[in-house]
Design a protein around this ligand. Structure first.
Ligand code: NAP
Length: 242
């Protein structure tokens, strides 16, 4: 089969190497200048909205689509769900489970990054929501921000901002050192889930600082979801009749 993997995550990279016997094409949005590339063929850049995706899937005779995008890539997932449904192409979302709050955690759930900006319980803020989201905090001039992202942020950004360019995986020791060095008082994160970036939550717990957690956007109605690479492989095999 010709399988399209919508990527941008570690799971998408792993899956691309786990489908021998199929022609796999991984798709990346192109946000990161030197992305970690998966095995096999890769295409980079948006499809050009739903009409572009529809044409691309037809032109490339795609038999199945695994949407392994980040849980917050809601526009891509909405497009892929709608277009594959219209074309009758089997479609599955590979979504890692969200993070679970423990008894020692002080997590404050919010519905969006904008809501996080309105609900900061302290002044020295560690932002790990990605560079695209800094604009939501740009109007806050009484706070100081430490922002970590893979690529340098573009304006608008908050006036009192220190940027750390880095990408996971991160360690608890490293996160503790970073938060202590900058005297961080509150952490802001999306509920991305997974091990790669979970160390900051353990560090916040150890330091006794609150975490503002942005809930995931809802998935489109009726889509089939699996939570791990192995299940996605089984799904593809099932579609292929293996
Ligand atoms: P988004 O808001 O859902 O998508 C915006 C547009 O970017 C889509 O409409 C599509 O353009 C294009 N796009 C997104 N993912 C694509 C893919 N895998 N292949 C080709 N085009 C793609 O997405 P986003 O939140 O900006 O995320 C962009 C990429 O970064 C995704 O691959 C995602 O997995 C990864 N990522 C996102 C986050 C996050 O926090 N959002 C974190 C880590 C990694 P067209 O409409 O032109 O097709």
């Amino acid at each position: 089969m010709n399988v399209l993997i919508l990527g941008g995550t570690g799971e998408a990279r792993s899956l691309a190497g786990e489908l021998p016997g199929h022609t796999v094409i991984s798709s990346l949005a192109g946000r990161v200048r030197s992305p970690k590339l998966p095995q096999g063929a890769v295409r980079i850049g948006g499809f050009g909205g739903r009409p572009g995706l529809r044409k691309w899937l037809s032109d490339n005779e795609i038999d199945a689509v695994v949407d392994a995008t980040h849980p917050f890539a809601a526009t891509m997932t909405a497009s892929a769900a709608a277009v594959t449904r219209d074309l009758g192409i089997p479609y599955v979302v590979l979504r890692r489970p969200g993070w679970r709050q423990g008894p020692a955690d002080d997590w404050r759930w919010v519905g969006s990054v904008a809501e996080a900006a309105e609900n900061l319980p302290a002044e020295r803020v560690f932002l790990t929501t990605g560079r695209e989201e800094l604009a939501a905090f740009a109007h806050l001039d009484h706070h100081w921000f430490l922002a970590r992202s893979v690529e340098p942020p573009r304006p608008p950004t908050p006036p009192r901002l220190t940027v750390v360019l880095d990408r996971g995986p991160f360690t608890v020791e490293g996160e503790l050192a970073l938060m202590r060095e900058h005297r961080v008082q509150v952490l802001v994160t999306k509920d991305s889930g997974g091990e790669m970036t979970a160390a900051k939550l353990a560090a916040a717990r150890e330091l006794g600082i609150p975490v503002v957690v942005v809930s995931r956007p809802p998935l489109p109605d009726g889509v089939h979801v699996v939570s791990g690479v192995e299940d996605a492989v089984s799904w593809v095999r099932g579609i292929a009749g293996e």
